[in-house]
Design a protein around this ligand. Structure first.
Ligand code: PGA
Length: 261
């Protein structure tokens, strides 16, 4: 079972995630982080940047792999995930840009971009800690419902609800690309620690399905139940549909401090 931690707000979640990443980097200065985009992880990146600054943590050797990228956005487009990861993660954290990879969404090389990305993750020794958001559709990365639980990095077609959700980042809904390249569910499951974050009512159903529903390709988030070390950090609103909520609170309140998340 995934560990469920209910926190007061995104800021508190960010502190928890930042604490876990800081201990990882202290033990392993060339740690490999799995990076999510979207609004959900932003508080974690801010908290982590603050800790790195305040404690002068050397992050020059830290490596990163983004979960996904749109296919076909022009180079340098501000909403490409390459640009978002540079703006929200690489620059504020002071990471070494060459050590942070994003899947390549260039249509000219897309046929082998998935295999190339898998090879790069393997060459790096795998992801140590993977940050995940979850979409209203239940997607993790851009693995929409129906994605094989064994899938590797490949091109996917976005669902219309996901394109509508992401339209806020573009001038018009039609500008949201139809295709993406995303780490597969099988890729994500190989990371050594999964940290799934979700905030707000709109995510409550997807969180309940991921944590307590049947494991199914129809609910890609439910794949976390197959992982030996998955942590789900949610606010009260996102936790509101969980049947075993009281047990999760009890377990967290009584967790030995040395275990961390
Ligand atoms: P959000 O997206 O963080 O912008 O809500 C999450 C996701 O789609 O995975």
């Amino acid at each position: 079972m995934a560990e469920v931690v209910v926190v007061e707000d995104e800021r508190a979640a960010g502190e928890l995630v930042a604490g876990s990443i800081v201990s990882l980097i202290r033990q392993k200065p060339d740690a490999v982080l799995g990076l999510a985009t979207g609004s959900t992880p932003l508080a974690s990146y801010r908290a982590l940047a603050a800790r790195i600054g305040a404690e002068s943590i050397d992050v020059r050797g830290v490596r990163g792999f983004a979960l996904d990228e749109y296919v076909g956005l022009p180079d340098g487009h501000p909403e490409s995930y390459r640009a978002v990861i540079t703006r929200e993660v690489v620059e504020p954290l002071g990471l070494t840009p060459e050590l942070v990879r994003v899947p390549n969404g260039d249509p000219a090389t897309i046929e082998h971009a998935g295999a190339d990305y898998e090879a790069a993750i393997t060459a790096a020794g795998g992801v140590d800690l993977q940050i995940l958001g979850i979409g209203r559709t239940g997607h993790i990365g851009f693995n929409e419902p129906g994605s094989s639980l064994a899938s590797l990095t490949r091109v996917k077609t976005l669902t219309e609800p996901t394109r509508v959700d992401n339209a806020r980042f573009f001038d018009s809904p039609e500008d949201v690309p139809m295709h993406c390249i995303t780490q597969g569910i099988g890729t994500i499951l190989r990371a050594r620690h999964l940290v799934l974050l979700a905030f707000g009512d709109a995510k409550a159903e997807a969180v309940a399905a991921a944590v307590e529903g049947g494991v199914s390709a129809s609910q890609p988030g439910s794949a976390i139940q197959l992982h030996p070390h998955a942590t789900v950090i949610v606010d009260e609103a996102a936790a509101s549909r969980l049947a075993n909520l009281e047990y999760y609170r009890h377990a967290w309140a009584n967790k030995p401090a040395w275990q961390g998340i």
